[in-house]
Design a protein around this ligand. Sequence first.
Ligand code: HEC
Ligand code: HEC
Ligand code: HEC
Ligand code: HEC
Ligand code: HEC
Length: 175
Amino acid sequence: MRRHLPMLLLLPALVLLAGCDFEWGSIGYNKGYAPEQPIAFSHELHAGTYKVPCLFCHSTAERANHSAVPSLNICMNCHIVVATDKPDIQKMSEAYRANKPIAWQKVHLLPDHVKFNHKRHVERFGAPNSCHTCHGPVETMEVMYQHSNLSMGWCINCHRDPAHQAPVNCSTCHY
Ligand code: HEC
Ligand code: HEC
Ligand code: HEC
Ligand code: HEC
Ligand code: HEC
């Protein structure tokens, strides 16, 4: 479900944008989006069954604005020996030897005009708790999907929470 700010708050922006051609909800509302990936990677297996910590693979979530998808050398720590008879793992070793990245499909994607910073959120709420707040029960996802709708209302609702006291002025999140 989409939840929005009271429209009043948005009036100045709507007036500014009145001449432009934009659509509400054209991007950022793909809740449940689960694109097919080039390798059948399962979070349920790795983060659930084998309890590999989120930050082992997504280490940049802690120190950078962006939380990148891991590169193959992280996978090969294990898959140099684990499940080497499986076609997906053979595909990975071939790509690794050829120094080619895997073309993972992005699941979460904010519009360009939005500033988002993993580091600040992860520092504040810790891992993996913070990850769950925004990305849901990742340890149960055989296929990764978008858990939250990533709408402005979703961001603001948490920023406004008196327990969090995060900024809500427009320039916090917009360029
Ligand atoms: C063994 C490595 C590994 C571990 C551990 C791991 N991930 Fe991932 N993660 C990946 C890979 C590979 C992808 C890209 C493929 C996919 O989307 O399934 C990914 C994708 C994601 C995405 C979606 C990225 C996008 O495109 O928007 C999120 C969110 C995510 N992981 C969160 C987590 C969280 C939270 C944990 C811990 C509970 C975790 N991951 C543990 C390897 C890992
Ligand atoms: C900490 C060790 C570890 C790391 C790191 C790791 N894996 Fe795995 N992976 C496993 C184990 C264990 C299995 C289960 C093997 C089995 O069932 O025989 C597995 C299974 C898989 C499978 C299923 C193979 C099949 O067809 O049954 C895929 C695909 C896979 N991993 C991809 C990845 C990718 C991509 C990464 C890096 C983002 C990664 N793994 C990182 C340990 C790891
Ligand atoms: C406050 C909410 C929030 C928290 C907390 C959070 N994320 Fe995210 N995550 C997002 C949003 C929003 C995006 C999309 C960002 C974009 O499009 O620029 C995203 C994107 C990602 C991606 C894809 C990034 C890429 O480079 O393609 C990964 C991987 C990811 N998050 C992993 C994690 C992990 C792991 C944690 C915990 C350590 C975490 N996130 C905590 C909201 C959050
Ligand atoms: C679960 C609660 C929560 C959600 C959801 C959330 N945030 Fe935040 N955000 C915070 C908190 C708390 C802070 C303050 C962190 C600190 O400074 O300790 C923060 C800080 C920020 C900052 C840094 C502000 C600064 O002073 O540099 C930006 C930018 C930001 N959030 C953008 C977003 C965007 C964009 C979204 C939605 C896509 C979002 N946040 C969703 C809780 C949240
Ligand atoms: C905490 C982060 C955050 C704050 C603060 C914030 N926004 Fe946003 N805003 C977003 C996100 C995320 C989106 C993209 C998702 C969506 O359209 O709901 C967005 C989208 C928008 C859009 C829609 C643009 C389009 O292409 O559809 C407008 C207009 C907008 N914001 C104006 C404002 C104004 C005006 C303020 C100050 C009153 C503000 N925003 C404050 C996060 C924020």
